[in-house]
Design a protein around this ligand. Structure first.
Ligand code: GDP
Length: 360
């Protein structure tokens, strides 16, 4: 049975001519929401319309070419209105208490009249069906706060793709008036570097009593941190948390000085009792005060923009090279020649580049 026949409720018997559906366009009209124009999207975002902001982020995350074109138009128009926020990256292994912390911290921010957007980077979320921010029970209070906007990690694609979508979502959220952007990531792999390259302040959540190995935190990630916050400092844990704070404070002293002139700090907090959450906030304020005064805040953002440009060019040019038909045609043979010592890798590489740049 064809799709059209199946849709008709009037179908009774094969071989007998049937009238068409009452209105053949009915399904079409019902399922098709009118697409907003780029201007309507931008106006809605600038007015702080969260539904339109959400729809625009969906476009950014979409793989459809027409959505890509529209989303880029929206981003370009929003760009002049972006940048007026403090972007805070939060990382830590699963279970360290990131979402509970963000809930407590986010509520503190909204109580101070800030508008908080929470975004996430979790390139594994496709496999794990959205391990990060995907669970509806997380951040229950913050998710219904009219001054907060929570968006789970875009699930599709490589880390680079997910990072790009998050970067572009930051622009849209800022244009919509969110002045505190929190980017959450799971502290187990490469994604911290991506988050670090898009935030002003990078916060590492840790637990007391668990060795660094156990927490899967590499030294490189600790070196990126502007603050290490030992979470779950409540009940029986308080003493251990204070001890860990002392240990991390001495460990942080051993790291080379940063170009921001900021000295990373170790703190304790409890997202349950809320003890120490306000200190995290004042630490971030101290950081932004210092780096705004010494020029680093602005310079850091410029460096991040340069980094993103270079990263994009590297990725895009590699994609162009490897998808070039002349390169594709000859690649395997040239690779074999290299493997068998017939051609030097340099000569072979130059040959491939020549094929790539050939105008013919
Ligand atoms: P995430 O995977 O890093 O986002 O961690 P969650 O926020 O989901 O928290 C993991 C577990 O730790 C949950 O059972 C929380 O209730 C618990 N937890 C989170 N924050 C605290 C805290 O400050 N104190 C205590 N005692 N438990 C906490």
């Amino acid at each position: 049975m064809s799709k059209q026949e199946f849709k008709s409720a009037l179908k009774v018997q094969e071989g007998i001519a049937q009238p068409n559906q009452i209105n053949p366009k009915f399904n079409y009209q019902r399922s098709r929401k009118p697409q907003l124009t780029a201007k309507e999207f931008v106006d809605g975002i600038l007015k702080g319309d969260r539904v339109i902001l959400s729809q625009a982020i969906t476009l950014v995350e979409s793989a459809l070419p027409q959505h890509y074109v529209l989303s880029q138009e929206i981003i370009a128009a929003c760009l002049p209105y972006s940048g007026n926020s403090i972007r805070i990256g939060i990382t830590g292994v699963p279970g360290v208490g990131k979402s509970t912390f963000i809930e407590a911290f986010g509520k503190l921010l909204t109580s101070m009249k800030h508008k908080v957007a929470v975004l996430a980077i979790d390139p594994s979320s496709e496999r794990s069906k959205g391990s990060i921010l995907g669970d509806k029970t997380r951040m229950e209070e913050l998710s219904i706060d009219p001054n907060a906007f929570i968006r789970p990690s875009p699930s599709a694609g490589s880390l680079g793709g997910v990072a790009r979508k998050t970067r572009e979502s930051i622009i849209l959220c800022e244009a919509a008036g969110f002045d505190r952007i929190i980017v959450e990531t799971v502290g187990v792999g490469q994604s911290e570097t991506a988050v670090h390259s898009m935030v002003d302040f990078f916060l590492l959540l840790m637990l007391s009593g668990a060795g660094d190995e156990l927490q899967g935190i590499k030294r490189g990630i600790m070196e990126m941190a502007d603050a290490i916050v030992i979470n779950k400092a409540d009940g029986d844990n308080i003493q251990k948390a204070n001890l860990a704070k002392t240990q991390y404070t001495s460990a942080l002293h051993l790291f080379p000085p940063t170009s921001s002139k900021w000295k990373p700090v170790a703190l304790t907090c409890s997202s349950y009792t809320k003890d120490g959450i306000d200190q995290v906030l004042s630490t971030i304020s101290n950081y932004t005060d210092l780096t705004t005064k010494n020029g680093y805040f602005k310079q850091h953002r410029m460096e991040q923009a340069k980094y993103t440009l270079v990263e994009y060019i590297h990725k895009a040019s590699l994609d162009l090279f490897y998808s070039n038909p002349r390169v594709v045609e000859k690649y395997k043979q040239i690779e074999l020649d290299v493997v068998h010592g017939i051609k030097s890798p340099y000569i072979a590489g130059a040959e491939l580049i020549q094929l790539f740049t050939d105008k013919k």
